[in-house]
Design a protein around this ligand. Structure first.
Ligand code: GLN
Length: 388
């Protein structure tokens, strides 16, 4: 273990701007950008976010500070930062990796996985991270395959689905083009590309922003300044609770706790929480139906855009930030594995990623298809150390 890395507070965020320690700076710069490390070592100019919430992990791997890093993904926090930094990130099937030792955000969605520079490194690292664990009852008792062996399998004879509902308004033409390119690479390697339909996709993000805050409000109740978390002394116990919780959480975390408490409260529970759970079942069923048609994996863009600048998104409307996870969230809602692999660049020279979504506990197919994308795209050249 080399050290601990920065992240969004309680893993809530898509840019690392909610971190209590200040934002992570991406090692990537837009073409022609004047961002540099100043004489004092301070970063000058508009720098880019590495994505979030595991942005520290992604930035450290992309900056060659380490070979690989652990990360967690509740709605996209491994795959979105990997896509923003030209690295590989896999969110394994829910239950593949133990959550023991992870601070719980939304327990029915949280899953740990690696961020690495190559698909092979990802396979090696996941193999050592995955195992049954009596300390996490959601962790399944399945043998861990040799993921590294799977990377050379290729995709000959595999059926890869392209979901039409992932073609969203306002998606950049570069992403659309990259997606098409990815499908062509897989076809050239012997896969059959088929159009599939996941009709409930559009409900995944709104349902996630009910389920995840509901679980978070419950999980974060323990940070009361008595048993867990920051303590601010008060006149009496109620005052201590109030002061501790007011000082111990940032704005975004408070927003989630309030949303979660609201959707779980008597009178609103059926209208919000129960309906979101029903949608979750339908989203999961959509995937099952596609896989029942013989589809082995699904190809989508990882994110609707490349990395943005610090302060550029979400300051007025938090939903603008939430939309970053539009392609990754359905995978968590369905408990399935998803991998983000770097596949190209946008017009500003920033990396873009493709996502492959697999059948439950079939990460091997994701490594096999991910390797085909990596081989076809060519290994992404990571940025030089301008900060050193
Ligand atoms: N960005 C999403 C959120 O803010 C996902 C976070 C995550 O996967 N930890 O909830």
């Amino acid at each position: 273990m080399l050290g601990k890395l920065n992240m969004d507070e309680f893993a809530m965020g898509s840019s690392n701007e909610t971190s209590a320690f200040g934002p992570v700076v991406s090692p990537w710069r837009r073409e022609g950008s004047n961002v540099s490390a100043g004489a004092s070592g301070a970063i000058e100019g508009t720098h880019l976010v590495p994505g979030g919430s595991s942005g520290g992990s992604a930035a450290a791997v992309a900056a060659h500070l380490c070979l690989g890093a652990t990360a967690t993904d509740t709605g996209g926090s491994i795959r979105q930062p990997a896509a923003f930094t030209g690295t590989v990130g896999i969110k394994p099937t829910y239950g593949r990796v133990s959550r023991w030792g992870t601070v719980a955000f939304a327990s029915s969605l949280d899953q740990a996985g690696p961020i690495t520079r190559t698909v092979r490194d990802s396979a090696i690292m996941l193999r050592s991270m995955a195992s049954p664990d009596p300390k996490d009852t959601t962790c399944v008792d399945l043998p861990v395959p040799d993921f590294e062996a799977a990377i050379s399998r290729g995709v000959k004879g595999l059926k890869i689905g392209i979901p039409k509902e992932y073609r969203i308004d306002g998606m950049s033409p570069e992403i659309e083009q990259l997606w098409h390119q990815g499908a062509e690479w897989l076809r050239a390697a012997g896969a059959e590309i088929v159009e599939v339909s996941l009709p409930h996709t559009k409900y995944a993000l709104p349902a996630y922003y009910i389920v995840a805050p509901a679980e978070a409000s419950s999980n974060l109740a323990r940070y009361d300044g008595v048993r867990y978390g920051l303590r601010e002394n008060g006149r009496d116990i109620v005052d201590l609770y109030e002061k501790s919780r007011a000082a111990g959480f940032g704005r975004e975390v408070k927003r989630r706790i309030m949303i979660g408490t609201y959707v779980l409260s008597a009178g609103y529970y059926d209208a919000y929480y129960v309906r979101a759970q029903k949608l979750r079942t339908l989203i999961k069923r959509n995937f099952e139906e596609v896989y029942a048609q013989g589809v082995h994996a699904i190809l989508t863009p990882a994110t609707p855009s490349a990395a943005f600048g610090i302060g550029e998104k979400g300051s007025g409307d938090p939903v603008e930030m939430y939309l970053n996870d539009i392609f990754t969230v359905p995978v968590n809602m369905a408990g399935l594995p998803g991998i983000a692999v770097p596949a190209g660049f946008d017009s500003q020279g920033l990396p873009l990623g493709l996502q492959l979504i697999g059948r439950a506990f079939d990460e091997e197919t994701l490594f096999a298809a991910g390797q085909v994308i990596e081989d076809s795209a060519g290994r992404i050249k990571l940025p030089p150390a301008w900060w050193a």
